[in-house]
Design a protein around this ligand. Structure first.
Ligand code: ADP
Ligand code: ADP
Length: 237
């Protein structure tokens, strides 16, 4: 479970990007994070993976207080958080399989030699995940030979390869066509249900958010202005 307690972020520039965010995400729940540009969605996601230091408040994942970790502890904590990105963040010159396996390292491997470290079990799990996202036949292709939708499938498999306790997903469909977007959202949702994995998805498209989330959190000017069931969402958010 993820818990945020009175989390605020004011940037050095004076921008109050997030104010007093309080909520819990239980296991298996998919939260769609919506709101206009500048509302604080990215700031919220970045506070959780500590790419941004919150000014106030506490964030806990399981038993771990994420705020106030030293660099080494933070590295360990980040391995428990799977990230999926808008622009996929794959290593283009590596194969699909190598990209998926890199999820286990928690960082992008600089050379292929890193990948020789993986056990048969690691590789079996990666194969099974690639099969799950429909890319088993493409395991040996370079990432730069894939379509956008295929790349995002690799991104999903890579995040799951970490066996994460939380998924943070930043605009996963912003570069994809509507049909592929729905397929990607469905994959993420199903993966979370199967693994009882909580997720926060920063998503601009309100319809998609409603269709594929268990719960919607709406942000506006750094404030949570809606927190509830997708079908309870009103036009003001
Ligand atoms: P969203 O993801 O909803 O578009 P952001 O979290 O990116 O919103 O931004 C929220 C507010 O914080 C905006 O006013 C934005 O200009 C500001 N902001 C975001 N990142 C920074 C930063 N690194 N430094 C200063 N201000 C920032
Ligand atoms: P996105 O919304 O796709 O996350 P943005 O265009 O909001 O990206 O931000 C791009 C980068 O600029 C981010 O690192 C963000 O933190 C930073 N940023 C955004 N707004 C500001 C701002 N007002 N001042 C300084 N940096 C900002």
């Amino acid at each position: 479970m993820l818990k945020l307690d009175k989390v605020s972020k004011t940037y050095k520039t004076g921008d109050k990007a997030l104010h007093n965010a309080c909520f819990e995400v239980p296991a298996g729940q998919v939260v769609g994070l919506i709101g206009p540009s500048g509302a604080g969605k990215s700031t919220l996601i970045r506070c959780i993976n500590r790419l941004v230091e919150p000014t106030q408040g506490s964030i806990t994942l399981g038993d771990t207080e994420l705020t106030g970790l030293n660099r080494r502890e933070l590295r360990r904590a980040r391995r428990r958080i799977g990230m999926i990105f808008q622009e996929y963040a794959l290593v283009e010159r590596l194969t699909v399989m190598e990209n998926v396996l890199s999820g286990r390292l928690g960082y992008v491997p600089a050379w292929r030699s890193y990948l020789r470290k993986f056990s048969a079990d690691d590789i079996a799990q990666a194969f099974s995940l690639l099969d799950r996202v429909g890319l088993a036949d493409h395991y040996n292709k370079r990432a730069d030979a894939l379509s956008g939708g295929q790349r995002q499938r690799v991104g999903i498999a890579r995040a799951l390869e970490q066996n994460p306790e939380l998924l943070l997903v930043d605009e996963p469909t912003a570069s994809l066509d509507p049909k592929t977007s729905r397929q990607i959202m469905r994959l993420i949702r199903t993966a979370c249900q199967e693994r009882n994995l909580p997720a926060i998805i920063n998503i601009h498209d309100v319809m998609l958010a409603q269709q594929f989330s268990d719960r919607i959190i709406g942000l506006k000017a750094g404030e949570i202005v809606f927190d509830g069931a997708p079908d309870a969402l009103t036009d003001e958010v």
